[in-house]
Design a binder for this molecule. Structure first.
Ligand SMILES: [Zn+2]
Length: 199
């Protein structure tokens, strides 16, 4: 076996013998145990991503598209890390630092989903209504449809806002229409859209 393998793939303990002193598994069994754990955590992570997308539709943040890009990058990074880990485990190479990083990323979509729900559901402050007009709209269909009204921004340093709306609101607005937008500031300071009405 040589001296290159220093830690048990299953429990991470230093290994002197064939069989790990800490968990009692030999290398092939430890590899299998690690791969099973990786699969379970990956499942948990994917569920978290679904929970996040659901939460973001319930109380859509004003910066929804930027947040979705961030989640997308995190998603591919985490899955690439999982594949890299699996490949290293197959070669029985050192996995401890990568494993710790990977396990640390698993709860992130769940935490962000919880944060968005908390931000919207417990936001008891009254909304403020801003008036703007529609300059464009676009929709993306698929398992998670995305519909946005692009409106002239009311904020300093922003030209446009992309407002997440449902199918009914999406269909009733056309370019140039006046629109009233109910903006809430959010319990944890993430502004979100409580609704739109047509003038
Ligand atoms: Zn072990």
């Amino acid at each position: 076996m040589g001296g290159e393998m220093t830690r048990c793939l299953n429990c991470g303990a230093e290994r002197q013998d064939e069989v790990c002193q800490a968990c009692g598994l030999e290398p092939a069994a430890a590899e299998l145990a690690l791969r099973r754990k990786l699969l379970n955590r990956t499942g948990l992570f994917l569920l978290g991503a679904i929970a996040f997308v659901t939460a973001s539709g319930r109380y859509p943040p004003l910066e929804l598209d930027r947040i979705l890009i961030f989640i997308g990058v995190l998603f591919w990074f985490t899955l690439s890390l999982a594949m890299w880990l699996e490949r290293r485990a197959l070669r029985h190479a050192e996995v401890e630092p990568l494993k710790r990083l990977y396990y640390g990323l698993i709860p992130v979509p769940w935490l962000l989903a919880g944060l968005l729900l908390l931000n919207g559901a417990l936001d008891r402050a009254p909304f403020s209504e801003v008036r703007s007009y529609v300059v464009g709209k676009f929709a993306m269909y698929g398992p998670v449809p995305n519909r946005r009204l692009i409106v002239k921004s009311w904020r300093d340093g922003q030209t446009f806002e992309r407002i997440d709306v449902d199918r009914i609101d999406f269909n009733q607005f056309s370019d140039g229409d006046s629109i009233d937008i109910k903006v809430k500031y959010g319990l944890v300071g993430i502004p979100w859209i409580a609704g739109v009405t047509r003038k």
